[in-house]
Design a protein around this ligand. Structure first.
Ligand code: ATP
Length: 251
């Protein structure tokens, strides 16, 4: 894809706290620790790619950040404020939007019904609709269509409705590319690039690299619950390749 990295918002001021900062995060399921001290951060208007093979701990990182899995150690800070263990609701109020793996949409609801669910109150609905259809005009004349009957790419657009139609300041997208054609993924990345250009911090979790490295301005690579590489996308792509060659993409 053509890189959209150059379209990002003005750089964050150097004294501005990161939009998201994860420090030495440990978390797991029951007695099994899956994350063994993960640290990462993304600034306002930045795009961070979190990559790694199957089972590396990417989704667990998202869950630990979003309060679904309680961290046993470490910190999650949003714009400098410690939100470790905060509820998903509390995080939403802090401007965090998580687009989960598997899209989190309701197949038997229409596009309009999704927007109604997203609007915090009936008066806000008009603004939500305007912002959503301004980003995704192609869905404008399909508003009554059940989302389950739409293509995978269109469903992913609906899944991104919270991110584009509310005033999210941090958007975390887990495996957006899953099951989608590269051209569709490229288009969705463009939309994320446009959000970043508006100053939103973006974290993209991907197992397969696709063209996310063209969009990201920084990348971290997870394996077995630790960060094994971090840096500029161009610099880590070689390390990433050898990791995938060693493990195979399925870990
Ligand atoms: P994928 O690309 O498959 O989503 P991932 O990098 O997101 O992989 P995680 O889903 O975070 O990896 O899984 C990390 C480890 O945690 C794996 O060993 C997995 O088996 C384990 N795990 C994930 N979810 C649970 C769960 N609900 N209960 C117990 N163990 C889990």
């Amino acid at each position: 894809m053509t890189s959209v990295a150059g379209t990002h918002a003005r750089p964050a001021a150097s004294d501005e706290p990161p939009a998201l900062q994860v420090v030495d995060l440990h978390a797991g399921y029951g007695v099994v620790e899956v994350l063994h001290g993960v640290s990462l951060s993304v600034r306002r208007g930045g795009v961070l790619a979190v990559l790694g093979p199957n089972g590396a701990g990417k989704t667990t990182t998202v869950r630990a950040v979003s309060g679904l899995v309680p961290p046993t150690h470490g910190q999650v800070r949003i714009e400098g404020v410690d939100v470790t263990g905060a509820s998903p609701d509390g995080l939403a109020r802090a401007g965090v939007c998580i687009v989960p793996e598997g899209r989190g949409i309701f197949p038997r609801l229409s596009v309009d019904e999704h927007l109604r669910l997203i609007a915090p109150n009936p008066r806000a609905l008009k603004g939500v609709q305007e912002r959503f259809f301004a980003r995704f005009p192609a869905l404008g004349d399909r508003r009554a269509q059940l989302v389950g009957t739409m293509s995978g790419g269109e469903q992913q657009m609906v899944a991104m409705a919270r991110a584009v139609a509310l005033d999210s300041r941090l958007v975390i997208v887990d495996e957006l590319s899953m099951g989608l054609a590269p051209r569709v993924v490229e288009d969705l990345y463009r939309h994320l690039g446009a959000l970043a250009a508006d100053g939103v911090a973006i974290v993209i979790i991907e197992q397969f690299i696709h063209d996310v490295l063209g969009l990201a301005d920084e990348a971290v690579v997870l394996n077995h619950g630790v960060v094994v590489a971090r840096g500029l996308p161009g610099d880590i792509s070689e390390q990433l390749e050898s990791l995938y060659l060693a493990n195979g993409p399925h870990g």
